[in-house]
Design a protein around this ligand. Structure first.
Ligand SMILES: *Cc1c(COP(=O)(O)O)cnc(C)c1O
Length: 824
């Protein structure tokens, strides 16, 4: 299906038939949800043909493929983007209008498949889309969580978590594939017995197992007939309640196995950049990794007799350390199932696995207690021990007598299995996700490993897909861009550079600002409807949307709002351009300070939004349930992009790129990909402030930062902090925000007061905010900067990122899909 081959009459008939067959209703009688289902099934029929054709092309062309292994895929809604990539969006919209239906309303019926927390999961989703668009063979491997990221409700200003039962109406774009089910074993013990020609065979016994069943979701390339597959695994009981085991008195075991299957994929852990260290999480990891590796090897063996050639056709990319157990699982298959010797198996494994590091934060580094790891995965643990034994020999060979190196680099040490060390020792590539992040890895966090394996380290700056975050999220701007420079940007974002000639063009500036205004109006209406707050679309939309985390410093933002409000109250005549501060963020359910920050934002909003004395000059809005679908609208409407993490803490960020693509100006620290954004667009078109990563790291090492000095010397800051504990924003409970106050000043509550240097950066931030206001007053100057941001965002397409992974790490072959092969 595309704009040439789209048959409107046929489409309308198919939708009518689907409504009739699925629900025994006419279009008039059907609910919007039913119509969404019927439209989606119609679209899926088209996709199936391209999907089949793609599989045939794979079989014929035998390309090398990447298996992108990730605990999270934050897909967002599929219907609209599938239509865009089929090049049928506008036609379908028109056809539906003829039927008296509205595509926007229908799209709004789709649940957001939120099988991820934040940036890491969304990156995986953008990568899958770019892989298909560039014509590379790829499987996404993940978990079909019954409950994805929780839905966030705000009650009385507090976050309340509500389960996200995204499958309750059935998900039209998934396909159950029981023929590819496989067994995954947990627990028990390993028995060694004499095997053929003097080898020992290792057999896992007394285990519990589950049946892993894949569900396929189509990943559609833009206008190229390529449909790749996201393979997410469900767990089912193996053969529960067989009379056999019942009779043997194994009733208990049968119940346990059933419960194991049920619990395994029940829910996504809602922590971002933080490990819970729960046994069930390790079970989830091994579950989807074992199933995916088994599936990949089985698929390879179907057409290739020699397992030694696996690295020529298959590569596993490990998205963070979460799937690192893949290394040992592949070794297990090669040793125990394929009968290879250790050295051959290791050779294959270390040419197949590659690792992406996503964070340097200590609390996010995965370490498993040996007790849990070896009890749950006895055979895998044996293999990890052997990898560790050999790795330590290697370290000792390179650094004779240096036990310090062994202590720091060993995979198993101090009673723990260190997943990052395993990934680096076994992976042929280790990449960071922005230039600064990779440099910090090489020079600080992973220095020892970099010294040992310099050739493994490389950078791949993250990216985002313009098909979702411009074409779908901001159709007005997308059309404007296409009218100015043609459509090449859709598959090659560097073409946006051609917009630069319009940066000084008065008419183009007005058109651009008019589009921004329309998008602000769309968001303002959403806010009116959902928050009951009236915001002025002519005010500056200043936006911070991302997971709530102390290192991302939403607290700095809201403290600054409190400061501005104080200023306005003290100097009612001061110059002030109306500003709407927009927040959106989910906090992990157990993250106290993060949840309290949400309450603070809402309490500040209550006071400020209802103070008539400031004439609506400041509005504060907290958008409930931040997720991909609403994110698309928010980016389109933003003037200012708040990217204010403590320098060195945000590995890359991708929200920053989505804002830039939509013409928002970055207000940020020199952290993550902000550094590269500023490099592309020029510092004069952004607002940079705060300590550098070097300064932060130096203070952390010297431990010489004392926020109390700032508190004592700066009256304005002191006043703001006192408002946290004097009931100014919580008259009924003056102690409510005490923990936030303590986190900034009290060394007894956290190991270091103000761990994230909020007070240290406050003045610099406030001054940068002042520059924002001055710049916005010059409407032409602002429009120019905004257009230049769009024009220079080309680097941040995930198409560019994926091409770099292909060139430097994966070495995949391009596939072409011939639709004529599926006529029969
Ligand atoms: C892009 C995105 C993120 C990541 O945002 P950062 O600002 O990079 O942390 C998180 N959640 C959603 C829904 C996103 O679309």
């Amino acid at each position: 299906m595309n704009n040439e081959t789209f048959d409107k009459a046929q489409f309308i008939k198919d939708v009518q038939d689907n409504v009739k067959n699925l629900y025994r209703k006419t279009i008039k009688e059907a609910t919007q949800q039913e119509i969404f289902q019927a439209v989606s099934f119609t679209v899926k029929d088209v996709i199936i043909d391209e999907w089949l054709a793609t599989q045939r092309s794979f079989d014929k062309q035998d390309p090398k493929m990447v298996y992108y292994m990730s605990m999270e895929f934050l897909m967002g809604r599929a219907l609209g983007n599938n239509l865009i990539n089929l090049k049928a969006y506008k036609q379908v919209k028109e056809a539906l209008e003829e039927m008296g239906l509205n595509l926007d309303v229908i799209e709004d019926q789709e649940p957001d498949p939120a099988l991820g927390n934040g940036g890491l999961g969304r990156l995986a989703a953008c990568f899958m889309e770019s892989l298909a668009t560039l014509g590379y063979a790829a499987y996404g491997c993940g978990i079909r969580y019954r409950y994805g990221m929780f839905k966030q409700k705000i009650k009385d200003g507090f976050q309340v978590e509500v389960p996200d039962n995204w499958l309750k109406d059935g998900y039209p774009f998934e396909l159950r594939r029981p023929e590819h089910a496989c067994e995954v074993k947990f627990g028990g013990y390993v028995r060694a017995e004499a095997g053929e020609n003097g080898r020992t065979r290792f057999i896992q016994e007394g285990y519990q197992s589950v049946n892993a069943v894949p569900y396929d979701m189509p990943i559609i390339g833009y206008g190229n007939n390529v449909v790749n597959t996201l393979m997410i695994w469900d767990a089912e009981p193996m053969n529960c309640f067989e009379l056999d085991s019942f009779d043997k008195g194994d009733y208990h075991k049968a119940v346990e196995q059933e419960n194991l299957a049920k619990n395994l994929v029940e829910v996504l852990y809602p922590n971002d950049n933080h490990i819970a260290g729960k046994e069930l999480r390790l079970k989830q990891q091994y579950f989807f990794v074992s199933a995916s590796v088994q599936r990949a090897v089985a698929r390879f063996k179907k057409n290739h007799p020699d397992i030694h050639q696996l690295p020529e056709k298959v590569t596993f990319q490990l998205n963070d350390t979460h799937p690192t157990v893949a290394v040992a699982e592949l070794m297990r298959l090669l040793l125990d199932e394929e009968g290879l010797e250790w050295d051959e198996a290791w050779e294959i494994t270390t040419k197949t696995c590659a690792y992406t590091n996503h964070t340097i934060m200590a609390e996010a580094l995965e370490k498993w207690p040996i007790e849990i790891f070896s009890r749950l995965l006895p055979r895998i643990y044996q293999i990890v021990e052997e990898i560790n034994r050999r790795f330590i020999l290697e370290i000792e060979k390179k650094y004779p007598g240096n036990q310090e190196k062994v202590r720091k680099m060993a995979i198993v040490y101090d009673g723990q299995v260190k997943m990052a060390h395993l990934a680096i020792a076994a992976g042929y590539s280790v990449n960071g996700v922005a230039r600064l992040h990779t440099e910090i890895l090489k020079n600080q966090e992973l220095k020892d490993f970099y010294e040992m394996f310099p050739q493994k380290f490389n950078n791949k700056t993250n990216g985002i897909t313009q098909r979702r975050f411009l074409m779908h999220g901001n159709p007005l701007l997308a059309d404007w861009v296409s009218n100015k420079i043609g459509e090449d940007w859709i598959t090659n974002l560097k073409h946006l550079k051609k917009l630069e000639i319009y940066a000084d063009d008065k008419k183009a500036q007005q058109e651009f600002m008019q589009i921004k205004y329309q998008n602000k109006l769309r968001l303002a209406e959403y806010i009116q409807k959902h928050n009951g707050v009236e915001v002025d679309p002519r005010s500056i939309f200043d936006v911070q949307v991302k997971r709530l985390h102390e290192y991302k410093r939403q607290l700095l933002n809201i403290l600054h709002v409190m400061y501005l409000y104080n200023q306005l109250k003290e100097h009612p005549e001061m110059e002030f351009y109306p500003r709407t501060f927009i927040f959106g963020a989910k906090a992990a359910a157990g993250y106290k300070n993060a949840k309290l920050t949400i309450k603070l934002i809402n309490s500040v909003a209550d006071v400020i939004n209802n103070d008539p004395s400031i004439n609506g000059k400041i509005k504060v809005v907290f958008i409930e349930d931040y997720r991909v679908s609403i994110a698309e609208w928010i980016f389109a409407a933003a003037d200012v992009s708040e990217q204010i993490s403590t320098a060195s803490k945000e590995a890359s960020g991708t929200g920053n790129m989505k804002f830039m693509l939509n013409g928002a100006l970055t207000l940020g620290t020199m952290d993550g990909a902000n550094v590269e954004i500023v490099e592309e667009v020029g510092e004069e078109n952004a607002f940079i402030f705060g300590m550098s990563s070097d300064e932060v790291i130096e203070h952390e090492q010297k431990r010489d930062y004392n926020p109390m000095d700032i508190f004592n010397q700066d009256q304005d800051i002191r006043k703001v902090l006192m408002e946290l504990i004097n009931g100014f924003y919580s008259p009924n409970d003056p102690e409510l925000f005490r923990d936030l106050y303590n986190s900034l000043l009290n060394t007894q509550c956290t190991q270091f007061a103000d761990t994230y240097f909020i007070l240290a950066d406050f003045r610099s931030y406030a001054e940068a905010q002042k520059r924002v206001m001055e710049a916005y007053k010059d409407e032409e100057g602002w429009a120019k900067s905004a257009i230049l941001n769009v024009a220079n965002s080309g680097k941040f397409s995930s198409d560019r990122t994926i091409q770099e992974y292909v060139d430097d790490i994966w070495h995949l072959d391009k596939v072409t899909v011939d639709m004529s092969v599926v006529e029969d």
